[in-house]
Design a protein around this ligand. Structure first.
Ligand code: APR
Length: 230
């Protein structure tokens, strides 16, 4: 059997919007009066760890109360005809819950915690809460397994290699304002078709770009029916 065409999907917060999870830079873009940058940074965690843990506890609850939307399911279904890898900026687990097989969480995972003493110690969080006093076996406070503003993106190299080998690329629901994630499309081979699904698409100058100004579910249904597996 011939191998399936390699499809890379880059997803951002807009992917989960129809599941009821707010985007970052949408109307207001604030969490209880804080800009995301003020709660999602190492300095915020140092200054006020309780507030930062609380921010993520709320986000975990929101995700647990949400379901994958039709767009997530379409991406899972595309595995029937394509070799699909999803590179997501989202920290939710909705791609996993829709059944997608290959997912790179560029910005970390909401349902994991990590030791502040030893970053190789990563634990699953059951339920919603990670609190002050929750410690790793080495005795240090656990922190969310999230890439915060100002921190490196450990999976960036893996993501670049995936994009370099892509034969088709779909970008869904990202404002493409946060680097290095926003630079990933630049690693596509010349001529590779790139579809951008977003009801309010960012202004980008990318070659071979087809813009679909729709929400994730509707837009991905259109793309899925138009891309050829051959
Ligand atoms: N379907 C598809 N896209 C949508 C939808 C929808 N139903 N609703 C909104 N969008 C689009 C918006 O038009 C916008 O372009 O989703 C995009 C969301 O952009 P951001 O809120 O900036 O989210 P994202 O690009 O994922 O943010 C990147 O910033 O705070 C950090 O680390 C965080 O991973 C995040 C990163």
């Amino acid at each position: 059997m011939e191998s399936l065409k390699k499809l890379i999907v880059l997803t951002g917060a807009g992917m989960s919007a129809e599941s009821g999870i707010a985007t970052f830079r949408g109307a207001g873009g604030l969490w209880e009066g804080h800009r995301v940058e003020e709660v999602a940074s190492p300095s915020a965690f140092l200054a006020n760890p309780g507030l930062v843990l609380d921010f993520y506890n709320h986000r975990r609850k929101n995700v647990l109360d949400s379901e994958p939307n039709r767009g997530h399911v379409i991406l899972k279904e595309l595995e029937d005809n394509f070799n699909v890898t999803i590179i997501t900026q989202n920290v939710d687990d909705l791609h996993e819950r829709a059944g997608s097989s290959h997912i790179i969480h560029l910005h970390g995972e909401l349902f994991k915690a990590r030791s502040t003493a030893d970053p190789s110690l990563i634990f699953k969080i059951d339920g919603t809460d990670l609190n002050l006093g929750d410690k790793c076996p080495k005795g240090s406070q656990l922190r969310p397994h999230i890439v915060w503003f100002g921190e490196g993106v450990p999976l960036m190299e893996d993501a670049i290699m995936e994009v370099e080998s892509a034969e088709v690329i779909i970008v869904v629901g990202t404002s493409m304002q946060v680097y290095p994630a926003a630079s990933l499309v630049e690693f596509a081979k010349p001529g590779v078709p790139i579809y951008l699904v977003d009801p309010n698409p960012p202004k980008v100058s990318i070659k071979n770009l087809q813009i679909i100004s729709k929400g994730a579910s509707e837009g991905l249904a259109l793309v899925a029916s138009s891309i050829s597996p051959w």
